[in-house]
Design a protein around this ligand. Structure first.
Ligand code: NDP
Ligand SMILES: O=C1O[C@H](COP(=O)(O)O)[C@@H](O)[C@H](O)[C@H]1O
Length: 497
């Protein structure tokens, strides 16, 4: 396959190359891009870390991690090509003098992409160090990992530190959910299908549920997770991005700012949750000892390195409301948690019931139509509809049955491999398309909404409600919907890790 012209040779610099994210996701994704012939022959990859490591040892470590995290046999032809691109630079990122070493690895004539896979507290130092080394110019692109900061104020500080050296058009704030095929499909589903486009508002939709559940715990990331919690780790970014894509007005085009302008309007229209209503609109929980997939797992406070008095939430449920014309009176229920029974991300759009039931003989109350968008696993889209059961009846009445129109990605698209979100996003950075990256004002607006909830939680000083690992969270999260005569959608997928 010939590499398209738009892929130019790039000097890719990966800060934090020995960290969890780089080992698990970024390096394997770069390898996959190479395998798919999507990296230019001249592209180089320089890993930056503070440990002393020879180039040979670095290359060996990268190979081991690719094998481990891709879980498939390595393609030796690709590996030969990929290994030649790899280089290692030992830099203590807080020592700005150290960055001069980078000059040996990058060429000022070429496009440079720098990925900051480090704690955000280092972003300012990295920018200063790059500046001290004289390697910043208008063409450099930087990729920032989430969460940016731990609240609005700290995110402002970090964004300012980066903005001192880079213009907004050079900054790519990653939210890897925006690279997932099924999340991208939301745009296609909404705007390429008139049956949804014309029914997408308070006239037709009763409520929306967005659930992102994980069966894993905190996977040895206590230090990071305990200072973040599920609200900062998942809601501030992934869930609010999904909500914005579902709720936004049609953008005028698919260009970056048209989409981001519309998402921002949704975030601005989110009704504030504060001390006056936090108890009615939110639930937070923390998992205790329990069983996931038949295996006993420790509670959050028994995880390695845990501080026994931690009040950090591992589960959040929220009734969010959007105060605009389209969504007036339509609640968006959000739910996410660790150590739930299965890893499932789903969006369920509940349409309004029929105003009058013609079929009361067979169905006392006609169920509402639902559109289920399965983000992962078993990616697909499903619509529940009512059908007549074929056959003759002496009474002349009609028997109805609930049926599904089910589009499963694996059935529809066969063996076509679904690329990892990071592959898609890395490619977009290299191409220079910011549409799938989060603009500064979006990040800040999301923080403002989240901050208000967290401030209200902190005021009460109450601990999160306990839930047993392997269950769907605290009982109050069921009550959040039950008191409005609604239920959480029960996922029908096979339960996987
Ligand atoms: N891991 C994940 O799944 C996800 C992570 N993220 C975000 O990605 C970023 C990285 O996360 P993650 O990989 O988990 O974090 P890690 O702590 O595993 O990795 C960070 C890396 O930065 C290095 N580092 C820290 N300080 C310095 C320094 N002064 N000089 C040189 N190197 C330094 C660390 O080196 P050393 O090993 O020597 O300490 C480490 O290799 C974070 O912002 C996180 O929030 C976002 C989504 C998912
Ligand atoms: O950003 C994060 O996402 C993962 C979940 O991502 P997924 O693609 O596996 O759904 C989460 O486990 C992690 O805590 C968080 O930092």
């Amino acid at each position: 396959m010939v590499v398209e012209k738009k892929y130019e040779p790039i000097d890719f610099v990966l800060f934090g190359t020995l960290g969890d994210l780089a080992r698990r996701k970024l390096l394997p994704s770069l390898y996959q891009l190479d395998k798919a012939n999507l990296l230019h022959a001249g592209t180089t990859i320089t890993g930056v870390a503070r440990q002393t490591l020879s180039n040979t040892k670095f290359v060996k470590t990268v190979r081991e991690n690719i094998v481990k995290f891709l879980g498939e046999e390595i393609c030796e032809d690709t590996w030969k090509r990929f290994a030649k691109r790899l280089d290692f630079a030992m830099i203590n990122m807080v020592n700005h003098e150290d960055y001069k070493k980078l000059c040996e690895h990058v060429d000022s004539q070429r496009l440079m992409v720098c990925y900051f896979a480090t704690p955000p507290s280092l972003f300012g130092d990295i920018c200063k160090g790059m500046d001290a080394a004289g390697i910043i110019d208008e063409t450099v692109r930087v990729v920032l990992e989430k969460p940016i900061g731990h609240d609005f104020k700290s995110s402002e500080v970090i964004n300012d530190q980066v903005a001192e050296f880079f213009k907004e058009r050079q900054i790519y704030r990653i939210d890897h959910y925006l690279g997932k095929e099924t999340v991208l499909n939301l745009i296609a589903l909404r705007f390429a299908n008139s049956i949804f486009a014309t029914n997408w508002d308070h006239n037709c939709i009763d409520h929306v549920q967005i659930s992102v559940s994980e069966s894993v715990g905190i996977e040895g990331r206590w230090g990071y997770f305990d200072s973040a919690g599920q609200m900062r780790d998942m809601v501030q970014n992934h869930l609010l991005q999904i909500l914005s894509l579902i709720a936004m007005e049609p953008p005028t085009t698919l260009d970056a700012d048209s989409i981001r302008d519309e998402k921002l309007k949704v975030l601005k229209a989110l009704r504030t949750i504060d001390a006056s209503n936090v108890a009615q609109k939110t639930v937070r929980g923390q998992y205790g000892l329990g069983f996931v997939a038949g295996k006993e797992v420790p509670g959050y406070l028994e995880e390695p390195d845990a501080i026994e008095t931690s009040k950090t939430e591992t589960f959040v449920a929220i009734k969010a409301e959007i105060d605009n014309w389209r969504w007036s009176g339509v609640p968006f229920y959000l739910r996410t948690g660790k150590r739930l029974p299965a890893k499932v991300s789903e969006i369920v759009i509940y349409f309004k019931r029929q105003p009058h039931n013609l079929f009361s003989d067979s169905f006392a109350s006609l169920p509402a139509n639902k559109l289920v968008i399965r983000l992962q696993p078993e990616e697909g889209v499903e619509v529940t509809v009512m059908n007549k059961v074929p056959g003759l009846t002496s009474s002349g009445s009609m028997d109805l049955q609930k049926s599904k129109l089910d589009l499963s990605f694996s059935e529809e698209f066969g063996d076509r491999r679904i690329a990892d979100a990071y592959e898609k996003l890395l490619l977009e950075v290299m191409i220079g398309n910011q549409a799938l990256f989060v603009r500064r004002d979006e990040v800040e607006q999301a923080w403002k909404w989240v901050d208000s909830i967290m401030t209200a939680w902190n005021k009460t000083n109450e601990p999160p409600e306990p839930y047993q690992a392997g269950t769907w969270g605290p009982v109050s999260s069921i009550a959040l919907l039950a008191r409005e005569e609604r239920n959480w959608y029960e996922s029908k997928i096979k339960r996987k890790k």
